[in-house]
Design a protein around this ligand. Sequence first.
Ligand code: NAP
Length: 248
Amino acid sequence: MPVTRSVVILGGTGEARELAAHLVDRQGVRVVSTLAGRVREPRLPVGEVRVGGFGGPERMADWLRAEGADVVVDATHPFAARISESAAVAAGLAGVPVLLLRRPGWSPGNGDHWRWADSLDEAAELLPGLGERVFLTTGRQGLSAFAGSPLWFLVRCVDAPTPPLPQRMRLLLSRGPYALDGELDLMRTHRIDVLVTKDSGGEHTVAKLHAARLLRKPVVIVRRPAVPDVPTVATVDHALSWLDTALG
Ligand code: NAP
């Protein structure tokens, strides 16, 4: 009987789904993806899926041992800092190698007017003076940072956010990917003065930044949280190469 090696993918991103799709039909490899369970109708990866938090790093370590995990790939979103920290600790406790798969952040180009913020609170503080009408694309969590603002917000997120929310806002529930024409149209229709985004990186949601450049609108961009000190790659292909070595 050939030995089966278990790969755990901490997911919630396109890269996590792509990685699972590459691995699921490999002989001798079992893939288990995990999701936080925050999104009402998540895009599910192929293969086995576990939904819900673990209850902290010790519990995650117990689960990794019980699953017989041979390797963990943390392919969570760049702003999901708690799970990444948890994964690094849990993998250490369970004695399982961990890889962080993290797409690169965005960088400004010619003609961009970007202001960097360390948090959503700081982003909210930067807005007065940049414009009256804000396109807020930082997701449904943490919108309380903008609740006290007198500005008008177009808030775009996947699921409806919970209060406290900006007092003057319009909610747009949608899920990317987004194309440049649509983003230009949206920003023109709502007479957007300034875009607020996290530095999520990747292609799926980058069109809003290109639209802001073409429309000569300023961008407030929230810096990424720190990452744990573990081996890190930027692409699914590099993760696959790392796994080839790790799984032997
Ligand atoms: P977070 O603050 O780092 O995580 C909060 C808690 O949720 C974690 O401590 C963990 O619970 C649980 N959790 C998170 N990701 C998990 C996963 N993949 N599998 C199992 N449990 C998980 O994360 P977040 O910012 O709330 O994001 C939640 C999920 O949405 C992440 O998986 C992320 O990849 C995805 N996502 C986040 C963003 C974003 O902007 N933050 C954007 C797109 C997608 P326990 O401590 O109980 O183990």
